[in-house]
Design a protein around this ligand. Structure first.
Ligand code: TYD
Length: 208
């Protein structure tokens, strides 16, 4: 099978990490090699971002107006150091978040069109899933995790980000991306099956 670049997106608590892992297991069971990764990446810029997002870390606080540039820098490093080498070696890459997160989250601070310009040169995924969740449910799930919240994890912000994902979906469709909204309130298994179905259809329509 040809190398595939798959992106899983959605509000915090929408289950992207779980679904990325399930896809990995599904591909592995077919004997295919996967590179499972995420953004912010585990490289030096990604680690700096992670640290700065934590609301308790005042020493590494980076303003919302600066973050979009850091996310873009992290993305370039992620493509150069991980995503492209993995695709070139014939692996399937699954990334838990990519530029769609920047469009949704950072679009709220500097505007969607500016974030879009900053990210338009990055290669498009072969297929993207937005796990679609009501902001109220997202907030409940985040609170239940019992972990410290990051700066995006307030109900008001989640409501804005949820709306922003609608604009991201429309923007990506308009530039010809293969992108699907999936109801993240279905069961974990149901979501997985819906995603598999879309991937199988994509592979049937363009197998090489
Ligand atoms: P993530 O590691 O997925 O957080 P969690 O494990 O808590 O779900 O992502 C960290 C946060 O970074 C998440 O709230 C989304 C945000 N983010 C952006 O704001 N812009 C981006 O470009 C990316 C990739 C993530």
């Amino acid at each position: 099978m040809r190398p595939l670049f798959i992106v899983v997106e959605g509000l915090d608590g929408s289950g992207g990490t779980t679904q990325s892992r399930l896809l990995q297991e599904w591909f592995n069971a077919q004997g295919l090699e996967i590179h499972l990764t995420c953004e912010p990446s585990h490289g030096p810029i990604g680690l700096l971002i992670q640290k700065s997002l934590s609301v308790s870390e005042e020493s590494t606080h980076i303003s919302d107006r600066v973050l979009p540039y850091l996310f873009a820098a992290d993305r370039q490093a992620h493509l150069d150091n991980e995503i492209n080498p993995a695709l070139l070696s014939g692996k399937i890459v699954i990334s838990d978040r990519y530029y769609h997160s920047s469009l949704a989250y950072q679009g709220l601070s500097i505007g969607l069109s500016r974030v879009a310009t900053l990210n338009e040169q990055f290669q498009k995924p072969d297929i993207t899933f937005i796990l679609w969740l009501e902001p109220e449910i997202s907030f409940q799930r985040i609170q239940r995790r019992g972990e410290p919240l990051d700066r995006f994890e307030t109900l008001d912000r989640l409501r804005n980000i949820a709306e922003a994902y609608d604009d991201v979906y429309a923007y990506c469709k308009s530039r010809g991306e293969t992108i699907h909204k999936v109801d993240a309130q279905l069961s974990i298994e149901e979501i997985h099956l819906v995603m598999r179905d879309h991937i199988e259809k994509l592979l049937e329509s363009c197998p090489t």
